[in-house]
Ligand binder design. Structure first.
Ligand code: 3UK
Length: 517
């Protein structure tokens, strides 16, 4: 049971407690620009900004504040300052454009934004046409104001069930959905997932790529380290090619990134000293077994897969290192329940694929009442994922519900075919979708990024097809394979299957694509 006092401002627990208990001199945040903030230093930065927010910027408890910045120390200080001042953080992905920012501003009714100076263009456009957004404060303005503010600030007396952040789902299609999280949720993800599964200690140092606007990054790069008084390394550029040099420089012990990023780092490992790493967490999309195996072969480390969602704030199915089953996501994190259900909401027995439903201390609460009634039944959040549970309670990912390919009456999960292709030494990345076909309804179409040293030939197509037939049930093999230089991905590392589906639909009827003819 996770019990928190009724009056609770979570920033007290994440930062002030360390200072009060004599750990103020320990390192909290490091960054490539030379930042080296202790917990006491971080507390002072937060307090100055909180004073600016409640003073010059007129923030009152319950106000929403939009944040827009790459992962850097000011972003973290601003994030925690809004919460300490009783406000609600709405962090946005750096690549969002004016129109998308406008949808968020309207839904969350945001009047104030704090924005990194390099990212103001799109937000200024949003503000110009918005009836809600009144003020965009740049980080440099904020720092100027904060320089004159007091470094003391008493946390606003919030309830543990007061909302402190709105999470907008990354939504590969359609409008972003807003989910709400309480002060206690930010602690609960640490005390459920991190404490029981990741098990970090005060001497750990965290690093990773997910933007802080993605709750995977917020947990992994801010909340988990701060809960235990550990340190975090914030890097603005975190492609696989940027992350490895940062690892060599800062010697972190725990890394958070997406499965494809781990895969992309493998060939580069030889050029960098990555050996400080002890634990590597993979989430955002399914971790193919081939990637797990390749990472383990290259580093000796077991990737810790975990499925999380913005709705639940963080990871709710995973496994501690000693209980990992390669290829499975894991078992429900202590405190969470998960089940596989059928079309009528009935529980399905082990071995039967169905929709994943989850319930736990951190959600799910949609801002839109209508959505809440439709998607959250008896506290259970029905995800968009197809899973199978085995006899031992491990959950095996199949696909997003809408990524099932129905071909000649067979149900084929795109990710399973991708996982099979990834086991072939010529394949760097693979995306598999259905392509409309007059005879079969759909055929399995694979988009393959070959490894750099590979020469693409018609023989390779035949070889990959035979390889897949050997790895999984033969009817699942890709009848068409196209080689591409890269795959479309979201900022959260997810494959944009809808973009591949659109492309496949265009290519359908054109006969076999020229690349494979
Ligand atoms: C997919 C996975 C298989 C799945 C997230 C960790 O991804 C996060 O949140 P989002 O709201 O997306 C949720 C959806 O992403 N997914 C995530 N992890 C896995 N599928 N295996 C996985 N390990 O479709 C899920 O419904 O963007 C992840 C922590 C916090 C997060 N917000």
């Amino acid at each position: 049971e996770l019990a928190y006092p009724e009056r609770l401002n979570c920033v007290t627990e994440f930062v002030d407690r360390h200072v009060a208990e004599g750990r103020g001199g320990r390192t909290a945040i490091l960054a490539p620009d030379g930042t080296n903030w202790t917990y006491a230093g971080l507390a002072a930065e937060i307090n100055r900004i909180a004073n600016v927010l409640t003073g010059a910027l007129g923030l009152v408890p319950g106000n929403r504040v939009l944040l827009r910045a790459p992962n850097n120390p000011t972003m973290v200080a601003a994030y925690l300052a809004v919460i300490k001042a009783g406000g609600i953080v709405v962090a946005t992905m750096p690549l969002l454009r004016a129109r998308e920012l406008g949808q968020i501003v309207d839904k969350a009714e945001i009047a104030l934004a704090l924005c990194d100076d390099r990212l103001t263009d799109e937000l200024t456009k949003t503000a110009a046409g918005s009836r809600f957004l009144k003020r965009v404060v740049t980080f440099s303005e904020l720092k100027t104001l904060a320089a004159d503010a007091s470094a003391d600030f008493a946390p606003v007396d919030t309830a543990r069930d007061d909302v402190c952040l709105f999470g907008f789902t990354s939504g590969t299609t359609g409008e972003p959905k807003c989910t709400m999280h309480f002060h206690r949720d930010l602690l609960a993800i640490c005390d459920a997932y991190a404490l029981n599964v990741l098990k970090p200690g005060p001497d750990d140092r965290f690093i990773g790529s997910p933007p802080l606007a993605f709750t995977f990054g917020l947990g992994g790069l801010v909340l988990f380290p701060f809960r235990v008084g550990a340190s975090t390394v914030l890097v603005e550029k975190a492609s696989p090619g940027d992350l490895l040099p940062a690892i060599a420089t800062f010697k972190p012990t725990i890394c958070f990134t997406a499965p494809t990023a781990y895969r992309a780092m493998i060939p580069l490992l030889g050029d960098h000293d990555w050996r400080s790493l002890r634990k590597c967490v993979s989430a955002g999309e399914a971790l193919p077994k081939a990637t797990f195996d390749a990472w383990q072969a290259a580093t000796g480390l077991k990737l810790m897969d975990g499925i999380g969602a913005t709705e639940m704030l963080h990871i709710f199915i995973s496994a501690p290192e000693e209980a990992i089953r390669p290829g499975a996501t894991g078992r429900p994190v202590p405190g969470y329940e998960a089940k596989v259900i059928g079309a009528d909401g009935e529980d399905l027995p082990p071995g039967t694929p169905g929709r994943l439903a989850v319930r736990g201390p951190t959600g799910c609460r949609y801002l839109a009442d209508e959505r809440q009634r439709k998607y959250v039944v008896g506290g259970w959040n029905v995800t968009g994922d197809t899973y199978v549970q085995d006899e031992d309670g491990y959950f095996w990912y199949q696909a997003r519900n809408d990524d099932m390919i129905v071909s000649a009456g067979y149900n084929i999960a795109g990710p399973e075919v991708e996982a099979a292709l990834l086991a072939h030494p010529a394949v760097a990345e693979a995306g598999v979708v259905g392509q409309p076909d007059p005879e079969r309804g759909m055929i399995v179409k694979a988009y393959v990024v070959p490894k750099p040293e590979v020469t693409v030939t018609p023989a390779l197509v035949v070889e990959l097809q035979a390889f897949v037939k050997d790895e999984i049930a033969p009817y699942k093999y890709p009848r068409d394979i196209a080689f591409v230089p890269q795959l479309p991905r979201t900022e959260t590392g997810k494959l944009q299957r809808f973009a591949l589906r659109e492309r496949a639909a265009r290519e359908a009827g054109a006969g076999h694509s020229p690349d494979t003819a």
